[in-house]
Ligand binder design. Structure first.
Ligand code: ACO
Length: 432
């Protein structure tokens, strides 16, 4: 087939120029503009990457108009129904679903790397007890690079694999320790007899005084939440991990950068912001006034948990999590939960309101995840930390893909400079 080309012409007399058009397996074609500056001395301008593909990737595919999300080709609806989180982690990292033996080996490796170095525990006492868990997580995960010098040779595939296992295995321990530290309870060592999710819940909620009994419905809900958050192609935090990784930084430092990026309320921090918003609205009778404030763009009020850069039809994860939310509230006999009812009423009003309809704003994954977390007994400040735990799988797979990509270069955007052009320095005595 003849090479597809895109022709760019200029009104200033610069000769027109052809660019190759690259075609992926699915999704929009991509115009390869890498030669633009060399050939024309011009840059492209695309703040927020509205029209820019920053890399090639085989991992996750999203069609925002149709509400499609696929991990390695498998629809999220099927994956969330039938897989465990570690099965999904294997798929995302290796490209194929594991057979029983492969999964068994993978789970075994993760299970046997969940403990953290005893000295890492001392990092916690350097933080105030009321520190935000994401602040603690950024610091402690970044500190892992000081403990694992043996696995930070990024050009060695085996070292990268070891780092990946360490991160996936230790994030639940580190996250749960973050919670325990804020409550003043003792850290709980991981228990190898438990599944990944049950072990996490045990380290969060267990104490040395009592036996912890996992609840299968709640464990399944947590597992599903982790699956839904495992990867989401080139979102802000993943792009942060890739940008940090493009400099050759070690994986622990890169994941710490991703955690920092995830923290923002426009990204992973939205789950926490949703609960704060619902608490502020307090009662269904206050919904119209809140919606009016949002529409008037009064004081930056936003309907948190609504809207997405890519999904302009619906977020498929939101549908799954709404169902999970029902199951959890039913199990805990919280069907009449005030917050859940308020969220549903708010969603209904927004979905019927012209402002949201016109802008194609739909609930995203975080509109309901906070309600599930809350029902599971997880404090609001921990929500984004759990998102980080899940997304570590996607980050590490995307980082690995970046390092293995022959097209990989240091990420270095250019700019449209609008500041002062060259001018002569004015000595202090002559300044007005
Ligand atoms: N509430 C009210 N208005 C909104 C919202 C919202 N949640 N989201 C977007 N809009 C409005 C914007 O003000 C804008 O209106 P305008 O055309 O009158 O100026 C229009 O919709 C388009 O919005 P953009 O900001 O251009 O959309 P963008 O793709 O840049 O932003 C984002 C997407 C950041 C997710 C945004 O919708 C948002 O901040 N939502 C709330 C926070 C949230 O839930 N984030 C979680 C995202 S999912 C995740 O990270 C896991």
């Amino acid at each position: 087939m003849a090479e597809k080309l895109a022709t760019l012409s200029f009104s200033d007399g610069t000769p027109s120029i052809d660019f190759p058009v690259l075609t992926g397996s699915v999704g929009p074609d991509v115009i390869d503009v890498r030669a633009l500056y060399a050939k024309t001395g011009k840059f492209t301008y695309d703040p927020g990457f509205m029209s820019t593909a920053s890399c090639r990737s085989n991992i996750t595919y999203i069609d925002g108009d149709q509400g499609i999300l696929q991990y390695r080709g498998y629809p999220i609806e099927q994956i969330a129904e039938d897989c465990s989180f570690l099965e999904v982690a294997y798929l995302i990292m290796n490209g194929e679903l594991p057979n029983q033996k492969q999964l068994g080996e993978f789970v075994d490796i993760v299970t046997h790397h969940t403990m953290v170095h005893e000295q890492l525990m001392r990092f916690y006492s350097g933080f105030r007890r009321d520190a935000h868990p994401m602040a603690v997580l950024c610091g402690v995960v970044g500190a892992l690079s000081a403990f694992y010098h043996d696995s930070i040779n990024i050009h060695d595939a085996r070292s990268r694999e070891i780092s990946a296992f360490r991160l996936i295995a230790k994030l639940p321990t580190i996250t749960a320790m973050t919670y325990k530290y804020t409550t003043g309870q003792p850290f709980m060592y991981p228990k190898n007899a438990l599944s990944y999710v049950d072990n996490f819940l045990y380290m969060m909620f267990g104490t040395p005084c009592e036996e912890y009994k996992p609840n299968p419905t709640l464990s399944r809900a947590m597992d599903r939440i982790l699956i839904l958050h495992a990867d989401h192609e080139q979102n802000a935090s993943t792009s942060t991990v890739r940008l940090a990784g493009s400099t050759g930084a070690n994986p622990f430092a890169c994941i710490s950068a991703g955690i920092a990026s995830l923290w923002g309320p426009a990204h992973g921090g939205a789950n926490e912001a949703v609960l704060k918003m619902l608490a502020e609205i307090e009662d269904a009778k206050n919904i119209p006034a809140f919606i009016k404030r949002v529409k008037d763009k009064d004081g930056h009020a936003m309907l948190m948990g609504f809207g997405h850069r890519v999904y302009k039809n619906y977020d498929p994860r939101a549908k799954i999590i709404q169902k999970t939310c029902h199951e959890v509230l039913e199990e805990l006999d919280l069907k009449d939960d005030k917050l859940f009812k308020l969220a549903m009423a708010l969603e209904k009003v927004a979905l019927e309101d012209e402002y949201f309809v016109k802008r194609k704003l739909y609930p995203n994954v975080d509109f309901y995840s906070g309600i599930v977390y809350k029902a599971l007994g997880i404090p609001v400040a921990m929500f984004t930390a759990i998102f980080a735990l899940a997304r570590t799988v996607g980050w590490i797979a995307q980082w690995n893909e970046l390092i293995s990509d022959p097209d990989q270069k240091i990420g270095r955007p250019r700019q449209l400079f609008t500041g002062a052009a060259r001018r002569e320095f004015v000595p202090m005595a002559k300044r007005k």
